[in-house]
Design a protein around this ligand. Structure first.
Ligand code: UFG
Length: 328
């Protein structure tokens, strides 16, 4: 049986495809390449296409014996989602609806869904647990939560089993250096800091130094992208074996401030990396830290690279070897 990976040319999707291939899975990748990179796809079968293309989805489900879908394809920038919420409803909610409807029609009953810590909004406490309130503060988190809820009802009505994985801050790259992170525009902290180390930017802006944290900068829980990949595989195996749905946080349970991340990057790269304090970025919670106890207990997940220095080192190796990213 094969696994269909939507968005398998994106950052987390491509690393998950790599993991699945190494585990001996037959993988079909579906991606419209709006943000993803063809070169990042190490799977054997690739289709360029969009979730809104029902005919092409039909063809893929007809051609291959697919028993599960891992669904990454989505828009995923918080700021952009505030500027253009309808694009997020169309791509994320409508796109997922069309995929899920096709799965139900075709009797494909397992889905691992790429969700986010943004479903929680401003947390009432940290570490955040899965049962904590979900009150998104932006359309990105809102659309991901809407899809989680659609999956819950689809389970009840049609027996479609789902695992929703709420990632905290994905970072790092394949330790072997074959693939890594390449976003245009880049908005994430670690790649931006490493672009400064490469001399591609003059400085990094620290968005806010007046948060209620020890050094005044925001605290996040950085998780290695290959550890996320591992979790998707474990979720898939669990769905196939137990046919039980669930929602899981994925983080290391340790928070690092923006200043600490920059310091770590300076240590790893040996570069000075100038940092300039800038105003807060709208919608940034002060502290986001995951409790991932449930994923460890129920999925048997154990991060292999929990240490921030290792995460940054793998990211740095990638950016150094491919300073312009893919295909450039
Ligand atoms: N930051 C800076 N300067 C920059 C970029 C980021 O100071 O140039 C700060 C941000 O303000 C934030 C931290 O670095 O405090 C991390 O920012 P990222 O943009 O790297 O990541 P986010 O925490 O904003 O976003 C991540 C995921 C989103 C998800 C969100 C959940 O990338 O997909 O967590 O809140 F929605």
């Amino acid at each position: 049986m094969a696994v269909l990976v939507t968005g398998g040319a994106g950052y987390i999707g491509s690393h998950t495809v790599l993991w699945l291939k190494q585990a001996g899975e037959e993988v079909i990748v579906y991606d419209n390449l709006q943000k993803g990179h063809r070169e990042a796809v190490l799977g054997d079968v690739f289709y360029r296409g969009d979730l809104h293309d029902e005919d092409q989805l039909d063809e893929i489900f007809s051609k291959h014996s697919i028993d599960a879908v891992i669904h990454f394809a989505a828009n995923s920038l918080v700021g952009e989602s505030v500027q253009d919420p309808l694009a997020y409803y169309e791509n994320n909610v409508v796109g997922s609806y069309l995929l899920v409807r096709k799965m139900v029609e075709r009797g494909v009953e397992n889905i691992v869904f790429s969700s986010t810590a943004a479903t929680y909004g401003e947390p009432l406490k940290v570490p955040i647990e899965e049962e904590d309130p979900t009150i998104p503060t932006n359309p990105y988190g809102e659309t991901k939560l809407a899809i989680e809820r659609m999956l819950k009802w689809a389970d009840q009505a049609y027996g479609l089993k789902s695992v929703c994985l709420r990632y905290f801050n994905a970072a790092g790259a394949d330790p072997e250096g074959q693939i890594g992170e390449d976003h245009t525009p880049e908005t994430h902290l670690i790649p931006i800091v490493l672009q400064c180390a490469l001399g591609q930017r003059e400085s990094v802006s620290v968005f806010g130094e007046d948060y209620p944290t020890a050094d005044g900068t925001c605290i996040r829980d950085y998780i290695h992208v290959m550890d996320l990949a591992q979790a998707h595989y474990l979720a898939l195996e669990k769905l196939r074996a137990t046919r039980v749905s669930g929602i899981y946080n994925l983080g290391n349970g340790t928070g690092f401030s923006v200043q600490e991340v920059i310091e770590t990057c300076r240590r790893v790269t040996g570069e000075a990396i100038p940092a300039v304090v800038a105003p807060r970025r709208a919608g940034d919670p002060a502290v986001l830290i995951a409790s991932s106890d449930k994923a460890m207990r129920e999925l048997g997940w154990k991060p292999q690279y929990p240490d921030l220095e290792t995460i940054v080192t793998h990211a740095w190796n990638w950016h150094k070897s491919r300073p312009q990213g893919y295909g450039k």
